[in-house]
Design a protein around this ligand. Structure first.
Ligand code: ATP
Ligand code: MG
Length: 462
């Protein structure tokens, strides 16, 4: 079951009419429609009391649930596959230390003037007489055509009122592949310190949207140029100017990282893998040393990176699941390369499969994305190297099903076998078995493991 957008708008318009209110579609829906995309997320502005309108709409559309924020004069509802958000037409005034404005009811034009960018000030009529007509007070259509992000009013004022808008500007520019008009852009730099009144959750929300854009590097370059990156992620700006060994890379770590991020973004829509790309070399500035023979080295950067990624992601308030995953990938990111050598043992391959578990394919994807050399022969060679590593991995996996390794003999069985009570000894025996399997001393198989334990009984129980 579904309902057409025209039907939806017609119903909503009728309800508004019954309340004696005017209603318009605004913001993202109108912008994206003019860009040729129909989205299901629709924002409306109600010239009237949105809370009264909420009650009527709930009845008329038989809505099961609406979420109200009376203090902000907004409510949200889902209808079929549409996500609807309604807000009172309002004027806003801001205090110095908060992004929460004092609001008062206003008409449509005043409401449009408080919006962040000209392309977001576009409104659309949904009355039967004027259906689909665009209201364009701030030349939003022209800016859409020219692919420009610009504030409708004076930019320093706009950003100072609600500094989150600085990140929104960069987010929209990145996502839509627009550029930010010069005085708007300069004003972000000028106002950047105001970002400190914004909560980390909101900052991270925008950062996530930038990372999830088709070409996130553009966003990070803008964040850097406007000084915002230094505030949000100083660990990233520290990667600037850090040169890599000449024969491998010819860009500094910051730009190399952005290239890797773009490469991953082309292949994967996974936020956590993109974050792993962003932080894979984050330990480099702190581990940089000069070696007379090889030049710059970064020994242990994956270990330092592991720790730094954990601390940064925690500060950004990402979930524990994401933090663990990113740390794991960062910590392991040099390992596939180390398996390239012809003489690599099955046991080394087996260990990586075991440690990476379900994330092994992601790890390999990152490693391939990490090849950013401009030398075609070198790129070809590296790609072939990874093809060989993948072959080795498949080969070992086929033989001993080691991914998602579950020991074939569990603690309970060990306790029975040796007539033992729970305690640290059981853990030690399990570890012994795990090592034996990873080293290839015994197959990953129940009966073989039991025999080994029986054989080694005396030593194990010593
Ligand atoms: P998308 O939904 O794709 O993120 P959107 O433009 O719809 O884009 P929303 O956050 O849904 O963005 O906001 C809806 C509209 O509300 C915006 O188009 C803009 O007009 C206005 N708006 C949202 N946040 C702000 C803000 N911080 N300052 C000023 N206006 C805002
Ligand atoms: Mg929206």
């Amino acid at each position: 079951m579904s309902v057409s957008i025209d039907e939806l708008f017609s119903k909503i318009y009728q309800t508004a009419g019954n309340c004696g209110y005017q209603i318009y579609v605004v913001g993202g829906y109108v912008r994206d429609k003019l860009l040729g995309k129909e989205v299901k997320d629709i924002d409306f502005v109600v010239v009237g009391d949105a809370m009264v309108f909420a009650d009527r709409l709930k009845k008329d559309l038989h809505l099961k649930r609406i979420i109200r924020y009376p203090r902000f004069g907004t409510f949200m509802a889902c209808y079929y596959n549409y996500k609807l958000e309604f807000v009172n037409a309002r004027e806003e005034s801001y205090q110095q230390d908060s992004r929460k404005p004092v609001t008062k009811q206003a008409d449509l034009l005043a409401d449009l003037s408080r919006r962040d960018f000209t392309i977001n000030t576009l409104a659309m009529e949904i009355s039967p007489e004027k259906y689909g007509r665009i209201i364009d007070v701030y030349n939003g259509k022209k800016d859409l055509k020219k692919k420009i992000i610009r504030t409708p009013l004076e930019p320093v004022h706009t950003f100072s009122d609600d500094p989150l808008r600085m990140l929104r500007a960069i987010r929209f520019a990145t996502r839509l592949n627009f550029s930010i008009e010069k005085s708007t852009y300069d004003s972000i730099f000028e106002t950047r310190d105001r970002l400190k009144i914004i909560s980390q959750e909101r900052i991270t929300d925008e950062l996530t949207k930038i990372i999830m854009s088709p070409k996130p590097s553009r966003g990070f370059i803008m964040l850097d140029e406007t000084g915002l990156l230094d505030i949000i992620l100083p660990e990233m700006t520290a990667m600037k100017g850090i040169e890599q060994r000449k024969q491998y890379h010819h860009k500094d770590v910051f730009y190399h990282t952005l290239e890797v991020l773009d490469n991953v973004a082309q292949k994967s829509g996974s936020l956590k893998l993109r974050l792993a790309a962003l932080f894979h070399d984050i330990g480099k500035p702190r581990t940089k040393r000069f070696d007379e023979e090889i030049g710059w080295t970064f020994h242990g950067h994956e270990v330092v990176g592991y720790r730094m990624a954990g601390a940064i992601l925690k500060r950004l308030k990402f979930s524990t699941e994401i933090i663990k995953y990113v740390q794991k990938i960062v910590g392991l990111h040099l390992r596939p390369m180390a398996l390239v050598n012809e003489e690599v043992t099955d046991s080394a391959v087996r260990r990586l499969i075991f440690q990476a578990g379900n994330d092994l394919d992601d790890l390999i994807l990152l490693c391939r994305a990490d090849i950013t050399s401009k030398n075609i022969n070198r790129v070809k060679k590296f790609i072939k190297n990874y093809d060989n590593v993948v072959k080795k991995i498949h080969n070992v996996e086929e033989r001993d099903r080691i991914r998602n390794f579950q020991p074939p003999v569990d603690g309970l069985e060990i306790m029975k076998l040796f007539n033992l009570k729970e305690g640290p000894l059981i853990g030690k025996i399990k570890k012994y078995l795990e090592e034996a399997i990873l080293n290839g001393n015994v197959p990953n198989d129940h009966d073989a493991c039991i025999s080994l334990l029986q054989e080694q009984k005396e030593q194990l129980l010593m």
